[in-house]
Design a protein around this ligand. Structure first.
Ligand code: GUN
Length: 283
């Protein structure tokens, strides 16, 4: 038996298409959803991410304001820009692309973003809301993972969910979201003992450890759902996940590929957060 391949590109396209009509509705009510994207410096990967974000905005109908700043921009200058964007009524989302150049304190910048415009969900206020079950922005990759699971009609409630990785960007927030969906959640990390045995109990296994092909078929319970958040570049230039796809697909019930699984969902959920933020202007 071969697992169902969870198609993140297809689901991401569906979400973006749904958002087109939400944006149209907002525009008819006089709101022009707007995302400010701030990029500092010339990091090539960041430039590609930002390009994709701007393209997605265009597709969905969201106005994007691009701020592409010199590598030598000072922390004060960046804070000034964030504060200006905070006060602008015509800006609904602020995204500062990470990583920032070394001389800028990332935490200070993220803290400066008004939580009501924190479409990346990285502000401690957003993280706090998530952990106590209050409404707020959820960071895009974890939100995308839950959306993928739901759109494939895979039940989370009462299921054993195991997350490998405890990063602030993926491991911790996706664990909180699985808990919010009434899953029974175990978080594994570099110091976890018997990781294989723990994973083998998982009905839903989320892998965000950043090690190519770390999860092999002996980690997988028959019929489990396997979500691979890894994006590892191999020596031959190919992109590969944290899960050894071909062998795990012979045992799993459903599994995400890399590329084409979780990756495309991140931008779709960013667009969703922008529309949600703009929609708040109505209430
Ligand atoms: N750098 C890599 N991924 C992300 C992301 O999702 N948001 C921001 N702001 N920076 C990133």
């Amino acid at each position: 038996m071969s697992a169902v391949k969870i198609d993140g590109r297809k689901v991401s396209a569906e979400i973006k298409d749904e958002l087109i009509s939400s944006v149209k509705d907002l525009k008819e009510k006089g709101i022009n959803p707007t995302l400010a994207v701030v990029l500092v410096g010339n990091d090539p990967a960041s430039q590609v991410y930002v390009k994709h974000k701007k393209k997605a905005c265009e597709y969905v109908g969201i106005r994007s304001l691009a701020y592409e700043l010199d590598e030598n921009t000072s922390e004060d200058e960046l804070l000034k820009l964030v504060n200006e964007l905070n006060t602008r009524d015509d800006v609904h989302g602020i995204l500062v692309q990470l990583p920032l150049p070394k001389h800028i304190d990332e935490e200070k910048i993220l803290l400066a973003i008004d939580p009501s415009k924190d479409v990346d969900g990285f502000h401690p206020y957003s993280v706090g809301n998530l952990s106590i079950g209050r409404d707020g922005f959820v960071s895009c990759t974890p939100a995308g993972i839950i959306e993928l699971i739901k759109r494939y009609n895979i039940e989370i409630e009462g299921k054993n969910c195991v997350v490998i990785g405890r990063s602030n960007i993926v491991g911790k927030p996706v664990s909180m979201l699985l808990l919010r969906e009434n899953g029974t959640v175990t978080i594994c990390h570099s110091r976890t003992k018997n990781i294989k045995e723990i994973c083998k109990q998982a009905d839903i296994l989320v892998v965000a450890i950043g090690r190519a092909n770390f999860v092999t078929k002996d980690f997988i319970k028959e019929g489990a759902t396997v979500i691979d958040v890894g994006m590892n570049r191999l020596d031959n230039g190919k992109l590969c996940g944290d899960v050894s796809y071909d062998e795990c697909a012979t045992i799993a019930g459903a599994i995400t590929p890399v590329p084409g699984g979780v990756g495309p969902m991140t931008i779709a959920m960013l667009m969703n957060n922008c529309v949600k933020s703009a929609g708040k202007c109505l209430t």
